[in-house]
Design a protein around this ligand. Sequence first.
Ligand SMILES: [Zn+2]
Length: 394
Amino acid sequence: MPLALYNPKQSDTHPNHKDEKVLESAKFTVYKFNSRIKPIRKDRILIIGCFSEFGCETVGVTYAIPRLIKRFPGMYIIAMGWYGRDYLYRNLVDEFWEIDANLMNLRNYTFAFHHKSINLRHIEECASKHGTVVPTEVLGKYAVGNTCKTCGAFWNEWRKTTKNCARCGSTNIVNSLFGSAEKYRKTAKRIPFPSKDKFEWAKNVVTEPAVAIFARGRKTYGRNLTPEFYVKLIQMVRKMGYHPIWMGEKQSTQPCPVPDVFDFSRCEESRDLEKTFAIVQNCKFTIQYWTASSRIAGLMGVPFLLFESPEQIYCSGFGPAQEGRRLELTSFGEKKVCLAHYLKSVKEQDKLLYYTKEAILEMEQGIYTDMITDLVKDQEAVQILKTEYYKMVN
Ligand SMILES: [Zn+2]
């Protein structure tokens, strides 16, 4: 069956996969999560590729992988994925194969649920010596496609809930995750909460009331803000009575520009995702701009503030963006989404700061409706997009 997945049309800064240096070998660390004996027969072992973008990976672990596993009862399950992500898989699979930290640059070749990396493809091919491999992009099928239980048809529809099969008209269909996010959210297999020990450890790391800042520092797609902006943000957050803590994976996060703010992203311990979750649990909320790190708070049920472009959130119309759907599936607490375009915001950083403050003040009052800032190209058009979007998905 054909697999149509989102292919971003807008020019981006993904490295050209034709220039990718072919690796001689790739090192993995194996995490064994239980005492189950690994079968000798290869066809009893399922190896799931999890080399997607973080926002999609979280949809994978909470929805797509549990569903996939249900289809193969009794099989020995191995997830194969990024460095430092073992915690996401601990309660889900028998083993996690973690790629070497030095190979995290391969993330630059990922697009949503799939990748265009020669090396990652090679790794997935090589893994088939050990079991049946489900490549990364297959998980995306659950996200964007409907399946008919009557005739077996599979077709793409993720903007809204489909009631009838496109081929036979049957109503006995399994909807795509994105198409019925509100329905599926109740069925999520939540990431486990950090242990009591780690929660207590985190209590000593933060000063309350704490706010976590995740500062995007990616090569792919750009969309980073300047260190000067973050200096001002930290000053402002402090003036508002909060104690900022600097978070994120060091491979995709800027270093903290203010020396007396604790930079957890550069600590050896930030490698432990459970500790990251535990710190966020001890925060009032997290702040981020154009990045999927909001998932950390979302998965823990902690409120977060996110600036994102309207096309990413209100995916009505013809745009391929699905961030709004992914957020719906993986936010289990309150979320404050501010609509702003990156290019306009980066030119008017004081205004971005102003809206950040406004949004925090609203969050303090329990107001969690989306905020359309005038850092979008056309406020009126965004208002229409927003209305249409909520009409469509509710
Ligand atoms: Zn059908």
